[in-house]
Design a protein around this ligand. Sequence first.
Ligand SMILES: Nc1ncnc2c1ncn2[C@@H]1O[C@H](COP(=O)(O)OP(=O)(O)OP(=O)(O)O)[C@@H](O)[C@H]1O
Ligand SMILES: [Mg+2]
Length: 505
Amino acid sequence: MEYLVQMKGMTMKFAGVTALEKVDFDLRPGEVHVLLGENGAGKSTLVKILSGINHPTEGEMTIGGKPFTSLTPNMSKENGIAIIYQELSVIDELSIAENLYVGKLPTKRVLGIPQVDYTTMYAKARELMDRMGIHRKPETLVQDLSISEKQMVEIAKALAVNARILIMDEPTSSLSVEETDNLFKIIRQLKQDGIGIIYISHKLKEIKQIGDRVTVLKDGKYMGTVDVETVEVEDLVPMMVGRKVQERFLRTTPIEQNPEVVFSVKNLTRRDRKARDISFDVYRGEILGLAGLIGAGRSETMEGIFGVQPISSGEVYLHGKKLHITDPYSALKQGIAFVTENRRETGFFQNFEIWKEISVTTNLKKSTAGGFTGFTNEKEEREQAEVYSKKLRTKCSSIDQMTVNLSGGNQQKVIVSKWLAVDSDVFIFDEPTKGIDVGAKSEIYQIMRDMVDAGKGVIMVTSDMAELLGVCDRIIVFSNGQITAEFMNADATEEKVLYAAVAAY
Ligand SMILES: Nc1ncnc2c1ncn2[C@@H]1O[C@H](COP(=O)(O)OP(=O)(O)OP(=O)(O)O)[C@@H](O)[C@H]1O
Ligand SMILES: [Mg+2]
């Protein structure tokens, strides 16, 4: 059997942390090999050995049959490896074609002077873009593309250098259902061309949709490799988290006849009109889910409520009392908490330890002048950090570790923790479980349940259908800046929700 990659006994130690311990992994041409594991299991660490960023402490590997003990980024590229990170590396200010050929622009000589050969470059770019289904002009600036299109450009870039081994680390976490389907189409095509793909995702449904084999890691250890065909996804969960995980968190008792309204939004329109005439109530005892395509107006509405973006009209009521929100600080002071999307960009302080990070929001809420004034209590703050790190199983050496050194998903857990810890009346969660493993997801859902049972209002914006239907008691669908449908959970189906989500375009 021919292998694109073979890794044996890979061990990777960082100061104080063994991120990988004797892990075996291989990749065949034309297959999608899924890497599965909890946050901090070592998935990104393993693929970063292949991309030349991590230099393993121990272990051997062959790439295309050639033996190596360690790679540099250049060696990685030369041996046909390309990695698509979540933080995309395309350059916004350049055109698609320039991005594809950056560093190796085709040149021609005019009167003896070398110049970029745009005709050749655009023609070559066109060919690649057609192969990827990017329906844009090669001269389009990358900044004008959607996240999904940028990702396509990133993949095209890998094809431009004839990569044989493609690594995708959580590629669909910011993609809509449609965009994900499109990506899968492309992956299938790449497989036919004999390219091997290493695929990391926390969306278990995707394993059956796109995977050929799965390797499970747990705490840096190799748990085994199985053929996707021969395994049920539910059986993989105990392998990765060491226990069964509950998936449904709906109310077990019916909501009462005339439930108390905790929170209301009336006729909210954003000044930029990205959300228009939005009205809804949040009832006591329910988790309200907001569904829709990316950009449909859900986050946009939440930003309007929380005072992040200006609104031209609209009112917000808490327990029937009108709130006066001028900015996020005043929203927080009046009892609203908002776990924003894009937490990695806006979410945390690079130089804070976990416990300080988790205290930030609580202290801000306590403060009087919008700054870090007033008394703080280190002992309490540490206790609080311990509680939430345990609840969400945040993988860290201690709460004194720097947040920035945690794995992607564990950073998310810390950021979600600092909002869970705030004493608020209404909690808005915008894609709270993005990048978070199945085990911790269920902990977050359970905390939401506890919150609504305690009389808090809970709103969850989610693009994850399993989460929407498995957790939200009532669902409101946004489409093109408006609300197009509302369902009780029992009446909602994936088809109905998707239909309503495209209704206003
Ligand atoms: N540069 C580093 N310094 C110290 N520790 C690190 C470093 N990089 C990773 N680690 C640690 O190695 C372990 C594995 O991290 P890794 O990023 O591989 O996890 P992951 O499986 O990709 O998780 P996630 O699903 O959250 O992305 C974690 O405990 C992490 O804290
Ligand atoms: Mg990772």
